[in-house]
Write a protein that binds this ligand. Structure first.
Ligand SMILES: [Fe+2]
Length: 289
């Protein structure tokens, strides 16, 4: 049973809260979500994936690194070629770390029960100090390609945000075992001095600066879920064996990036089916038939 006070206390104290025993999740067909996700990948209803990045190129020096990266990605230098993309997943699954579904709340209705749970609204609103909205939703498949492919997520970092809190909710859509792609979060790191003017960190620095029990590797069955404030230090785990599917939801009180990014879509059928209590979570989305 989830207690709202536990969630707030944990988020405020450690920067994370692991959600356990969600009764509603027993009704969720995770196999179907995976199948639907794969169908969308096969139909190329995904963003063109980006090639891996050499993690050693990621400077852990103060200041410049995040900016340099954002520029690289904005220029699209890392995207795979159009012809490679059009050839389908088999052509790129050994070249890229992951692929992301386009407009998941429009194209993937099977996730709606997972996303629109009044409990998430309560937890997020309580932590953020106001009526929380979904500011971004993402469904991604991370490839277990075992060829040392890395993404920028896989180095310890803090997310870039001007706000004081950045709340994300991660739900695994398949089982994630130890050492195979689990999300890593460093408890009590949000206000640590190591973070000053820096975005990326070496594993060795983290191991030195924090006690072992604060370095959390989040693993679990499909439906395992965690709320995290990603202004604390975190990284995605490296995957070796099997592909990993995950749903990520960002919560906020304002639109991300000062509202410069286009609102995500939600399918009208999904929106109409929501109860009035959770509907306001969609304020920053565009309803489309
Ligand atoms: Fe991150």
């Amino acid at each position: 049973m989830i207690k709202l006070t536990d969630a707030s206390q944990n988020l405020n104290k450690y920067g994370c809260y692991i959600v356990r025993e969600v009764a509603d999740f027993r009704k969720v067909n995770f196999k179907k979500i995976q199948k639907d996700t794969q169908n969308l990948i096969d139909k190329l209803i995904v963003y063109t994936p980006s090639r891996s990045f050499n993690l050693s190129d990621l400077s852990t020096e103060p200041g410049i690194d995040m900016e340099k990266f954002q520029k690289t990605f904005q220029l699209g230098e890392q995207k795979i070629s159009n012809s490679l993309f059009k050839g389908g997943e088999k052509n790129w699954s050994n070249l890229v770390p992951q692929v992301t579904i386009k407009e998941p709340l429009y194209n993937l209705p099977s996730i709606s029960d997972l996303v629109f749970n009044p409990m998430w609204l309560d937890i997020a609103s309580d932590y953020l100090g106001g009526p929380a909205k979904i500011t971004f939703a993402k469904v991604k498949k991370t490839y277990g390609n075992n060829i040392n492919i890395n993404s920028t997520d896989q180095k310890y970092h803090v997310d870039d945000n001007a706000d004081e809190k950045l709340l994300k909710f991660i739900i695994y859509l398949n089982d994630v075992e130890k050492g195979n792609g689990g999300f890593h979060y460093v408890k009590n790191s949000k206000f640590n001095s190591l973070k000053e003017n820096r975005h990326y960190f070496e594993d060795s620095e983290i191991e030195l600066a924090f006690p072992e029990e604060d370095i959390l590797e989040f693993i679990g069955k499909a439906g395992s879920a965690i709320f995290v404030d990603t202004l604390g230090i975190h990284k995605a785990g490296l995957i070796s064996n099997s592909d990993r599917y995950a749903l990520l939801i960002n919560f906020g009180l304002k639109r991300e990036y000062n509202g410069e990014r286009k609102d995500q879509l939600i399918k009208k059928d999904i929106y109409d089916s929501l109860n009035t209590r959770v509907k306001p979570m969609c304020e920053f989305m565009e309803i489309k038939v």
